[in-house]
Ligand binder design. Structure first.
Ligand code: B3K
Ligand code: ZN
Length: 889
């Protein structure tokens, strides 16, 4: 596939002002009639009118109502070029498409009897011929016509302006979207659905209709999504002064969907997983995700829809910013619910976000797919909806927020909207608005948009007892990434505190300042190396750096075990307190891993157990925070830090450490489960969720150690649970502990939920991610292979694939990376099979092996032939092709 370069951007010679679409819906022969009012773009170089198309059967094309003049139209497989005289023209194009046969879930497709669309990034061209790029913004009018029995509900963007019955049991509806939009925001839904409805007033007093559309029978699972939507509306009004601009806002749940959800104007289409929740089927984490995804899509209405991207290289303009907005929203929601514990609740959210960044984005930035948050080139844009564009992109926005302060940031946002509302713009436009609103030069900051790779910040401290000063030296370095060897110094905000010997924060006074001030301040590291001298100190301080994770970097700071234990006990910054525990655990796990790899005896340092136990016993700490601090670092992150990555040895280390912490501290874990006030009847509330999470973590450790009192507790909780969080937490503890009770519990769970697809996904994921503790036990690979044949499984449903195969390939390295290569052969078979039907899903699975060069020589040798086999597969999609080619480069 050809490579597209960011710097090749040029505006189109022709744009579209209006589009009138008519859909005659039919399972295998939907006829789409499109009338386009096109106009010459005065800012572009003259040229033909260009239309994109894919998998379309073209029935007719007329220009100004006439058949085209000979030679005026050049037709290619995916491109039509039309020579036009004058400055305006009307086209009418009729195409026929087959939604039933569309297994890619891009364009118009079917799911459980209904019709749904997904157009971002380039799905609209699979519906009709159109200049399918985000800088073409048109006003849409859409008429849907279909069988009333099959699809009684007909939805599209904007406002419903007309509906009625037609002969032969058919009916129609016409929708008009008052806002011009790019084609990627078009959507239609035609299905047998019901809605939960609510009317709300916006801040300016306009009444709006909110709807959550689901399949009949799921109406009792929509309340939380609706609540989340209302909260998101209010938050955007209060925080950014942004109001809903339509009279109607719809969310639709669909079972077959490639990703999480899609922000189509006024008609957000969601993976059902991020809509449906009731206590018996959804966990606290599901409730949290629903809240944040509903908010994310809603926030896109301003950051993405009203102001959109000029081209797909600018994707982080809308995604990084919108992820930052949803993170802030969730933190505010948690803090509000937590009341006096608000700061701790915010830190817990920050920890979650950083866990995701470290587990997914850091490895991406260190592998063959490494790219800046604004990529320079791509082959398949769908491969660039990445953790870098989204999560690192959000970190970049967060740094702006830190550097400019909340008010400065808000002023920048206001200016951005005042300049660019209704436009398709670039990341430069955004940063320029921030710069202008704050009178601050952000040229150097723009390097965050251009450089790939995770920067290292090395910190050195020098204590001068004679004059009571502490000199902090920070040095930055970004390792080379593919195609980018030279890296320039970035602007890195480093939030710093100094802790006194008694554990309390010291007021900070920099050399030259009159008096000490705040206990945390943000230093700007904007050169390769810089120094700061803190004065007026009576004893050597312990530095606490990068508080709140103020920049997406790897902090290199020499700290001995005692110092990590000290910060674990005392750091006033909850994020850093957690991070100290993670660093200490990482050190212990990597040492255990090395010992396991070399066949040495394993042992846990007593000092670590003591530091860990102090957190476990500290019941003044918020349970949600304790659950975070007592959970060991993730496998993906650890493998990234292990040289060479040896998943089997690391797994041995993890099993050993978990069991030891369970065994040695068994009495504490049991006391904790008894001492915690058990939440009463289930409600989704952060305080309750924190207690449930901590109890479930205790069960994990107790079952890992096979402490009888603990395993009995897990079994009883599994049987008598009143909600999914407790039930699944207990089940997971039994399964990961590989206890004899696990099989029976899995079977009982299956019986109870066999007809509930979303719950079955949890059941598949748990087994695919299971840890094996006994040499004789069935390998997880065998179990996954068998589960492919389960009646509840389907390779054509993305959620099922992510649950079973995604969990195995990505979340279970200890079982997937088998020295005999059987895991890799299975991976190649599945990637090839998936690719034939759904390239986007296949490409996601393909990425599981991209960092293979970091693995042990034995594993590397086993991976290569499988990567090569996939690369050579017949009819390979550009999606998977790009991934494996980069992996093999
Ligand atoms: N904008 C969509 C993602 C579309 C992915 C296309 N392959 C969801 C979101 O980020 O909100
Ligand atoms: Zn998004």
């Amino acid at each position: 596939a050809p490579t597209i370069q960011r710097t090749d951007y040029a505006p189109l010679a022709w744009t579209v002002r209006r589009i009138d679409l008519h859909f005659a819906l039919d399972p295998q022969a939907t006829v789409v009639t499109s009338r386009l009012a096109c106009a010459r773009n005065p800012e572009a170089a003259p040229g033909p009118l260009l239309l994109d198309g894919e998998a379309l059967e073209t029935l007719s094309l007329t220009i100004g109502g006439l058949d085209p003049a000979p030679g005026a139209v050049r037709r290619g497989e995916t491109r039509i070029e039309i020579d036009v005289e004058g400055d305006e023209v009307e086209l009418e194009i009729v195409t026929r498409i087959n939604p039933q046969a569309n297994t890619t879930l891009s364009g118009l497709y079917r799911s459980r009897g209904g019709y749904f669309t997904q157009c971002e990034a380039e799905g609209f061209r699979r519906i009709t011929w159109f200049p399918d790029r985000p800088d073409v913004m048109a006003r849409f009018s859409v008429t849907l016509e279909g069988d009333k029995a099959v699809c009684p509900v007909l939805l599209s963007n904007g406002n419903l302006v007309e509906e009625g019955d037609l002969p032969d049991g058919r009916h129609y509806a016409r929708w008009e979207d008052p806002f011009p939009k790019p084609s990627y925001l078009f959507a239609l839904v035609a299905a047998d659905l019901v809605a939960l409805e609510r009317r709300e007033l916006t801040a300016s007093g306009r009444e709006v209709l909110l709807q959550v559309w689901v399949e009949r029978g799921n109406l009792d699972r929509c309340e939380h999504a609706m609540e989340s939507l209302v909260h998101a509306m209010r938050w955007d009004e209060e925080t950014f002064g942004l109001e809903l601009d339509l009279d109607r806002f719809m969310i639709v749940a669909v079972s077959d969907f490639n990703m999480g959800a899609m922000e189509n104007k006024g008609l957000n289409i969601f993976n059902a997983k991020y809509v449906l929740a009731k206590p018996d089927t959804a966990t606290d984490v599901d409730y949290e995700h629903i809240e944040s995804v509903v908010a994310h899509e809603y926030f896109h209405n301003w950051t993405g829809n009203r102001v959109t991207c000029r081209d797909w290289f600018q994707l982080t303009l809308k995604e990084g910013l919108t992820v930052f907005r949803d993170q802030q929203f969730s933190a505010d929601m948690l803090a509000r619910a937590a009341g006096a514990e608000g700061d701790s609740a915010r830190a817990v959210k920050r920890i979650d976000d950083v866990r995701v960044l470290r587990a997914a984005q850091f490895p991406e930035d260190a592998g063959p797919m490494a790219h800046p948050i604004r990529p320079e080139r791509y082959q398949e844009i769908n491969n660039f909806y990445t953790a870098t564009v989204y999560e690192k992109g959000a970190e970049v926005i967060r740094m702006l927020h830190t550097l400019l302060g909340p008010e400065g940031f808000r002023n920048g946002m206001d200016l951005y909207f005042s300049y660019h509302d209704g436009q398709a713009v670039t990341c430069d436009d955004f940063v320029e608005a921030m710069s202008e609103a704050n009178g601050r030069d952000l040229d150097q900051f723009m390097r965050w948009y251009a450089q790939a790779g995770t920067p290292r910040v090395a910190a050195r401290g020098g204590w001068d007892a004679a004059d009571g000063s502490y000199t902090l030296t920070l040095t930055q370095h970004t390792p080379p990434t593919p195609g980018q060897t030279e890296k320039l110094p970035l602007v890195i905000p480093v939030a710093v505190g100094l802790i006194g010997p008694d554990g309390a924060d010291l007021p900070l006074q920099l050399e030259g300042e009159a008096a000490p001030g705040a206990t945390t301040r943000v230093l700007e590291l904007n050169a390769e190396s810089r120094q700061w001298r803190f004065v007026g100190l009576s004893a050597e301080p312990v530095p606490s750096l990068l508080r709140g994770f103020s920049a997406p970097v790897i902090l290199e700071l020499e700290e001995d075990d005692a110092r990590l234990a000290f910060r674990m006990a005392n750091d006033s910054d909850a994020f850093n307190r957690w991070d100290a525990a993670q660093r200490y655990a990482e050190r212990v796990l990597l040492e255990l891993g090395a010992a396991a790899a070399e066949g040495r005896a394993l042992g846990v340092p007593v000092a670590f157990v003591e530091a860990f136990a102090r957190l476990l016993r500290d019941d003044r700490l918020d349970p949600a925070f304790r659950a975070q601090a007592l959970a060991l670092p993730g496998e993906g992150y650890l493998l990234e830090r292990m040289q060479p990555a040896d998943p089997a040895a690391l797994r041995t280390a993890q099993i050993y450490l978990g069991a030891e912490l369970g065994r040695v501290l068994a009495a504490d874990w049991l006391a904790l489960t008894e001492g915690l006030v058990e939440p009463g009847e289930y409600r989704y509330h952060p305080a309750d969720a924190g207690r449930r999470a901590l109890i479930n973590l205790a069960l994990r450790y107790l079952c890992a150690a096979r402490v009888p009192a603990g395993t009995g507790l897990a079994r009883r909780r599994f049987e008598s649970a009143s909600n999914m969080t407790d039930r699944f937490g207990a089940l997971a503890a039994l399964v990961h502990g590989a206890l004899p009770e696990a099989e029976g519990a899995l079977a009982a769970f299956y019986e109870r939920y066999r007809d509930d697809a979303l719950v079955l996904d949890k059941w598949f994921a748990l087994q695919a991610g299971a840890w094996r503790r006994d040499a004789g036990a069935t390998p997880v690979l065998e179990r996954v292979r068998a589960l492919l044949g389960d009646p509840g499984f389907s390779l054509s449903n993305p959620n099922k694939v992510y649950a079973l195969l995604g969990s195995f390939f990505r979340a279970n390295p200890g079982e997937f990376h088998l020295a005999d290569g059987s895991g890799y052969a299975f991976w190649a078979d599945q990637v090839i099979a998936l690719d034939a039907a759904n390239p986007q899903v296949a490409a996601r699975m393909a990425r599981a092996l991209e960092n293979w060069r970091r693995f042990t020589p034995v594993l590397r040798e086993a991976v290569r032939p499988q990567l090569e086999r996939v690369r050579a597969a017949e009819g390979l999609s550009p999606d998977v092709g790009e991934i494996v080619a980069k992996a093999l480069e």
